[in-house]
Design a protein around this ligand. Structure first.
Ligand code: MG
Length: 249
């Protein structure tokens, strides 16, 4: 087990940040990292979009989405939900976003194990993944389970529902800021509620999502599309809405 304490460095680099979460940085996908405690969430309640939200998916069409290359979405459109059609690739929003509040509901199939059980993902700014996975009786590396910030932060607790049941994420995302020369001015921060339970508490992302790596930040636009991952499993999504937190600031 290797553990590097980066807290002093990060505090020096970003003294203006008020709330700093635990920054004991484990090796990426470290199986020695503690498995989050299991919490049984309450019943899923309806979360209709508030008046200033943009409804990205109401269960009836893919109007706000395309594949990565701009072609029409080839995922399955079911009765009130969409389902990943394995092999067709990610889908992304036509609009771009920076700071957002996002609500999204999802359900995994009842098949596969480890990272191959309903794996998908919510990629903020096409870059920073909140993992979607069946994590009910399905152990994997903690920084890759449901509601993890993939490769960086396990959820505070495991609030997963069983496969086939609808689950929800409510995500608050604050984008990174970059200097003119491309260096990092302020890292991205993320808060996530999984099935109504706080699982990521304003954590500071170390950079873009990587697999078996934690790549450093790379300067990008102030707004980029949201995308949903095709990881070759027929995971479903419904009731997706987003509030642009920049428009009132
Ligand atoms: Mg994923």
């Amino acid at each position: 087990m290797q553990k590097i304490i980066l807290l002093p460095l990060i505090l020096l680099a970003f003294p203006a940040l008020g709330q700093v979460p635990s920054l004991d940085i484990w090796e990426v996908h470290d199986m020695d990292r503690p498995q989050p405690r299991i919490v049984t969430p309450g019943e899923l309640t309806s979360s209709p979009a508030p008046s200033d939200a943009m409804v990205l998916f109401d269960g009836t069409n893919f109007d706000h989405w395309t594949h990565a290359n701009g072609t029409p979405v080839d995922w399955h459109l079911g009765d009130g939900y969409m389902e990943v059609k394995p092999g067709t690739g990610i889908i992304k929003t036509k609009r771009s976003f920076g700071d957002v509040q996002l609500h999204i509901e999802w359900a995994t199939p009842n098949s596969g194990e480890g990272q191959d059980s309903g794996n998908s993902g919510v990629y903020l700014m096409s870059t920073y993944e909140v993992q979607v996975l069946n994590s009910f009786d399905n152990e994997t590396y903690p920084d890759g389970q449901a509601a993890s910030l993939y490769g960086q932060y396990p959820p505070l607790v495991n609030a997963s529902r069983p496969p086939l049941e609808w689950q929800s994420y409510d995500i608050i995302f604050r984008r990174p800021h970059f200097e003119e020369n491309g260096s990092l001015k302020q890292p991205a921060r993320v808060t996530v509620f999984h099935n109504g339970v706080l699982v990521q508490d304003n954590v500071i992302l170390t950079g873009p999502t990587g697999h078996q790596s934690r790549p450093p930040y790379k300067a990008h636009e102030d707004a980029l599309p949201l995308f949903l991952q095709d990881h070759n499993e027929p995971t479903r999504f419904r009731n997706i809405w987003i509030r642009d937190l920049n428009s009132d600031m």
